[in-house]
Ligand binder design. Structure first.
Ligand code: HEC
Ligand code: HEC
Length: 414
C-alpha cells in the first residue's frame, strides 16, 4: 500500500489576484457553478439536498482549498500541478508568474487568463462543458469536473497522463469542434492552460467526493467533513493524478508491419469471426460505418440531435417509441450526452491517427464512451492486426464487402 503525505490544511499558497490588482478582463462577479448533487438529487446519485449544514461545510471546504471564486485561486498542498520558474507548485495557474526576479504580472497569460480567452466559451467558467458556444456544437465540450478523459494512454477510467492532455490541446480532437492550439499558444502557454484544466478537474472531483462523503453523514454530526476526513478525500483525488504517469500502457511488442495477411487477420477479429468473438461490428457496423445494431439507428440519431433547437433535444427524445427511448438512454456517454460509434470508413480519428493512438483506443478503450478495453481479451499482436485493419479500411472498403464476409457477419449477429 502506498502511504501518501496528507495535504495539510492552512498551508495552501494563495495565488489570489489580490484586490486592487485590477485586471481589465475581470469585470463583474465570477462564481463557480455547483454540481447538481450539492443541492438536489439527480438520477439517484449522492446529494446534499436535505443536509444544509453539511452542504455549508462542503462549500467552505472547497473555498478554502481552491479559493472562493475563480479570481482567487488557492493551491492545496499536494495538488498535482506543475511548478513555475521559482519552483512554486501551481504557480502557472493565475495571471502572474513567479520568476527568480520576483512576481511577473501577465495580464493575458497564466492558466486562468489563457483559459478564459481560449477555452471558456466552450468548456465554461467552472469546466462544466457549458460555455456559451457549447449548445451549438456536437459532440458537446468535455465537462472536466469528473477527471474523466476519453483519449488517454492510461487504462480505461484512470486519470490521463499529462502527455495525453497536451496532445489533445496541441493537436485538437479531429472531427470535433475541439480546436488544435499548436499555432495559437506557445509551448509554455499550453503548459499553463493544462494546469488550469487539471485545477478544474481536481476541484470538481473534490466537490463530488465531499458530496458523496456528506451524503452518508448525519447533518447534526459536528464532526462531519472534519479536517482529517477532508485530507483523506483530497489525497485520494490527487493520488489518482499522480499515479497516471506510471499507468501509461506501452505495448510490449513492436507493431506488426502492415501486410495483406495482418489486415485480414484484423478484419476477421473486427467481424467477430474468430474464437474471441469480438463485438466491434455490433457497435461500428458490419461495414464499419458506425451504424451497428446495438446503437440507435443513425437516421433517428441525426434527426434527434441535429434537426431542431439543441435545447429541445429532450422533447424529441420523448417522441421516440418506447424501445428506441430505452436504447437511447442506454447509449449515452458518462456525461449524459448522446454517443455515436466512429465511422471507420473515414480516416478521421479524434484521438490521433498514429498507430500507437489506435493501439491505445483498442487495447484500453475510450473512457466514458462505451468503447471497451480489448486487452487482455486479445493479445498485443492481435491488437496490432486490428490497428492495421482500421488504418487500411478507408482505402480498401472492399475488405468488408467481399462476397460472403458481410453476410456471414450479419448472420452471426442475429
Ligand atoms: C469550440 C469549442 C471548444 C473550444 C474553444 C475548446 N474546446 Fe476542448 N473540447 C471541445 C469538445 C467538443 C470536446 C469533446 C469532444 C468529444 O468528446 O468528442 C473537447 C474536449 C477537450 C478535452 C478532453 C479530451 C479527452 O480526452 O476527453 C480537453 C482536455 C480540452 N477539450 C481542453 C481544451 C482547452 C485547454 C481549451 C482551450 C485552450 C479548449 N479545450 C477549447 C470543444 C472545445
Ligand atoms: C460497445 C460498443 C463498441 C465496441 C464493442 C467497440 N467500439 Fe469502437 N467506438 C465506440 C464508440 C461509441 C466510439 C466513439 C467514441 C467517441 O467518439 O466518443 C468508438 C470509437 C472507435 C474508434 C475511433 C477512435 C478515435 O480516436 O476517434 C476506433 C478506431 C474504434 N472505435 C475501433 C473499434 C474496434 C476496432 C473495436 C473492436 C476491437 C471497437 N471499436 C469496439 C463503441 C464501440
Amino acid at each position: 500500500m502506498i502511504v501518501r503525505r496528507r495535504p495539510v490544511f492552512g498551508l495552501w499558497i494563495s495565488l489570489a489576484l489580490a484586490a486592487g490588482c485590477s485586471d481589465a478582463d475581470l469585470t463583474g462577479p465570477l462564481a463557480y457553478e455547483e454540481q447538481p448533487g450539492m443541492t438536489r438529487e439527480v438520477d439517484g446519485k449522492s446529494h446534499l439536498a436535505d443536509k444544509p449544514k453539511i452542504r455549508e461545510k462542503a462549500r467552505a471546504v472547497l473555498a478554502k482549498l481552491y479559493g472562493p471564486n475563480p479570481k482567487e485561486i488557492h493551491v492545496p498542498e499536494g495538488a498535482p500541478f506543475s511548478k513555475d520558474e521559482s519552483g512554486t507548485v501551481g504557480g502557472l495557474l493565475a495571471n502572474h508568474l513567479r520568476t527568480a526576479e520576483g512576481p511577473k504580472r501577465l495580464p493575458h497569460a497564466g492558466g486562468f487568463a489563457l483559459y478564459r480567452r481560449h477555452c471558456l466559451h466552450c468548456h465554461g467558467l467552472s469546466g462544466a462543458g457549458d460555455g456559451p458556444t457549447a449548445p451549438f456544437v456536437f459532440p458537446p465540450p468535455r465537462d472536466f469536473r469528473r477527471g474523466l478523459y476519453k483519449f488517454t494512454s492510461t487504462p480505461n477510467g484512470a486519470r490521463p497522463d499529462r502527455d495525453d492532455l497536451r496532445r489533445t490541446v496541441r493537436d485538437g480532437l479531429h472531427g470535433t469542434s475541439m480546436p488544435a492550439f499548436e499555432a495559437l499558444l506557445t509551448k509554455e502557454e499550453i503548459e499553463q492552460v493544462l494546469d488550469y484544466v487539471t485545477f478544474l478537474s481536481v476541484r470538481g472531483e473534490t466537490e463530488l467526493a465531499l458530496i458523496e462523503e456528506g451524503f452518508i453523514g448525519d447533518d447534526e454530526d459536528p464532526d462531519a467533513l472534519e479536517d482529517d476526513v477532508v485530507a483523506d478525500l483530497t489525497s485520494a483525488v490527487f493520488g489518482k493524478w499522480e499515479d497516471a504517469a506510471d499507468k501509461v500502457v506501452d505495448p510490449p511488442v513492436a507493431r506488426t508491419p502492415s501486410s495483406p495477411e495482418s489486415v485480414r487477420r484484423g478484419r476477421d477479429l473486427f467481424l467477430g469471426r474468430t474464437k474471441e468473438k469480438l463485438e466491434c461490428a455490433g457497435c461500428h457496423g458490419v461495414k464499419g460505418r458506425g451504424d451497428g445494431k446495438s446503437f440507435v439507428d443513425p437516421d433517428v440519431f441525426n434527426r434527434v440531435v441535429f434537426r431542431g433547437d439543441p435545447s429541445k433535444m429532450a422533447e424529441r427524445v420523448a417522441q421516440l417509441d418506447e424501445p428506441t427511448q430505452e436504447l437511447w438512454k442506454q447509449k449515452l456517454d458518462e456525461w449524459g450526452n448522446p454517443l455515436r460509434p466512429a465511422n471507420l470508413t473515414v480516416p478521421v480519428y479524434k484521438g490521433g491517427r498514429r498507430p500507437i493512438d489506435l493501439y491505445w483506443r483498442i487495447a484500453k478503450g475510450i473512457t466514458g464512451a462505451q468503447m471497451p478495453a480489448h486487452y487482455p481479451g486479445i493479445d498485443h499482436a492481435q491488437i496490432w492486426d486490428i490497428v492495421n485493419f482500421v488504418l487500411a479500411l478507408p482505402y480498401q472498403p472492399e475488405l468488408l464487402e467481399e462476397p460472403g464476409v458481410a453476410a456471414e457477419a450479419e448472420a452471426v449477429r442475429r
